[in-house]
Each structure stands twice: as C-alpha cells, then as structure tokens.
Design a protein around this ligand. Structure first.
Ligand code: Q46
Ligand code: ZN
Ligand code: ZN
Length: 302
C-alpha cells in the first residue's frame, strides 16, 4: 500500500482516521497530533519549564522526545525504584533515551534516600500502593523544589480508556472525577499534563521505532497488571469492530466529567509537619509511610 500523501510504501495503517502513511508522514502526523492535544486542552506553553517523568519505557520516552522536538523547555527525571535488575535496566534506558533526545536527566534513587527499595519495606501494603505514593510525591516535590511549571507524563489514549472502563465497572466516582489530560496546579501541587492523551499505544510504539528510541519492554516484577490488560484487550476488540471507539469514549467522558465532580468531597489541606507539603492529616502519607523526621530536599544546584 502507498502512503496517502506521497508515493512511498506505507509504514503504518491507521484505523481511525483510516489511512496508510509512510514513515515521514507518520512522524509528521504524530507530532502534529501531540501539538493539537497541547493546544486543545491548554496543557503547556513554550515559556514553561517542564519536567518529564521518564521511566525507561516507551510512553514517557516518546513524550520527552516529542516535547523537545516541538520546542518545549524540558528536563527529565528518572526515579530509580530499587527493584533489583529491573530498576538497573530502567535507569540504563532512561540515560540512553535522554542522550538521544539531548535533554538533561536528573536521577533520584529511592534506596539511597530512603534506605529501602520498593518491595523491601516490611509492611502489609502491597508494593504498588506505596510505590505509587512514593513516585507521585517525589515527582511533585522535585518539580516544586526546582521551580518547574509542569510535570508531563506518558499516559496515552489506551491508558485513559482502560482507566475509565475499569472505574466505570466499579463505579469509582472519585477516580472518575480525576481523569483527563490536565490536572491544574494548586498551591504546592505542580500542574500535571498528558501530551499523548489522544494517541493510541500502537501509535506510540510505531513512533518510538520510527525515531529510533529504545525502551524497556520488560514489566516490573510487582506488576499485577491483569486488570488493565483485560480492559485494554476488550477495548482493542471493540476498536477492531468499531474504529474510533476509544477516542469517542474518552472525548465523551471529558464532556461528562462534571457529573462525577459533584461526588468529590473538598478536603481541607494542611501543611505536613515534616515536609511542609499539602496533607490531609498532620503528617503527609509519604512522610508517615517512610517514617521521615526531616524533609527530603531535591533542590539541584545549577
Ligand atoms: S507501581 Fe507496581 Fe509499577 Fe511500582 S511496583 Fe512496579 S508495577 S513500578 S507502574
Ligand atoms: Zn508519505
Ligand atoms: Zn510530608
């Protein structure tokens, strides 16, 4: 098959909108779509300092690569979770990716600053629960301490659609109020954006290959991703029969999100007694979990 826009052989067949594209026209299509997502949802502007959370995987690497190419002012942060071989490989990929992109990379190793890696703490909590808490806290505190205006993450259309489907099946209305490509900043919470929000996982993989970005394919050993994988498989089946399903589902959600917002209780936030970051209790969940007596300081000397 030939590309829709030139006489070259097609690199990819897109299902929605249906078209064949050569590698160069696909790259152009992808980057234009990211730019349009940024503009449509007013995610970023070019004066802002953006921190991209790089895991070593494809989505965050593509996010950093495209933002940099589109002229946004980015730096990257990799959080090494201290999960044995998996974290060593993740860090290696993050370094290689940032070298290719030409963006500064900051690395925070939680074993060095907190004494234990994820999965090594004696607790009843499952690793993913305190891992999520730890990553969110470090990302935000690092961005806040260093004056970043935004944190960009690599969530794509498939991630959002499967998140929505799973939370609809369980009627988790609190979570359903919190989706979307933009979480505005408030006080010491730095704004969070998802520039790949309208691109499918398949497109992200094809883009990474097209520009030569290598990434870690291996899953974290603690991943219990069965639910997400089930949701993604169901959505892919539907998409196959009815192209555009994921896109319509996610766009429709954004129009109806306010229905769920009424369910969210506005919690009064105080300042954590240890670190000074926003907290619903006297001590924030992060400082409490890790038993901190002193705040972590991520300020980087420049
Ligand atoms: S939360 Fe869980 Fe992930 Fe953390 S412990 Fe691994 S699987 S890395 S996205
Ligand atoms: Zn072409
Ligand atoms: Zn705290």
């Amino acid at each position: 098959m030939k590309c829709k826009f030139c006489s070259r052989e097609a690199y990819i067949k897109l299902h929605y909108p249906k078209m064949y594209l050569c590698v160069d026209h696909f790259i152009e299509y992808f980057e234009r779509k990211v730019q349009r997502t940024i503009e449509r949802y007013k995610l970023l502007n070019k004066d802002e300092k953006v921190l991209v959370a790089i895991s070593g995987g494809k989505d965050s690497a593509v996010t950093a690569y495209v933002l940099n190419k589109l002229g946004y002012n980015i730096e990257c942060l990799h959080i090494n979770l201290g999960i044995g071989e998996y974290s060593l490989k993740s860090e290696e990929f993050a370094k290689r990716q940032c070298k290719l992109i030409g963006a500064p990379l900051h690395i925070v190793r939680i074993k060095e600053i907190l004494g234990h890696g994820i999965g090594e703490v004696r607790t009843r909590r499952p690793p993913c629960s305190y891992c999520g808490l730890t990553k969110r806290y470090i990302m935000n505190k690092f961005a806040y301490d260093n004056g970043f205006d935004a944190i960009a993450t690599g969530h794509n259309l498939d991630d959002e659609a499967s998140f929505l489907l799973n939370n609809l099946l369980h009627w988790n209305t609190e979570y359903l109020a919190k989706g979307g490509p933009l979480l505005p900043g408030e006080g010491k919470f730095v704004k969070k954006v998802k520039p790949l929000y309208e691109l499918t996982e398949r497109e992200v993989v094809a883009y990474a290959l097209a520009v030569g970005l290598e990434y870690l394919v291996e899953e974290c050993p603690h991943a219990r991703g069965a639910t997400t994988l089930d949701m993604k498989a169901i959505l892919n089946e539907l998409e196959e029969k009815r192209p555009g399903t994921k896109f319509t589902f996610v766009r429709g959600y954004l129009r109806k999100r306010k229905l769920f917002e009424v369910e969210v209780e506005k919690k009064e936030l105080k300042e954590c007694k240890v670190c000074g970051m926003p907290s619903s209790g006297e001590i924030c969940a992060f400082c409490k979990f890790w038993g901190l007596k002193e705040p972590l300081d991520f300020k980087v000397s420049r």
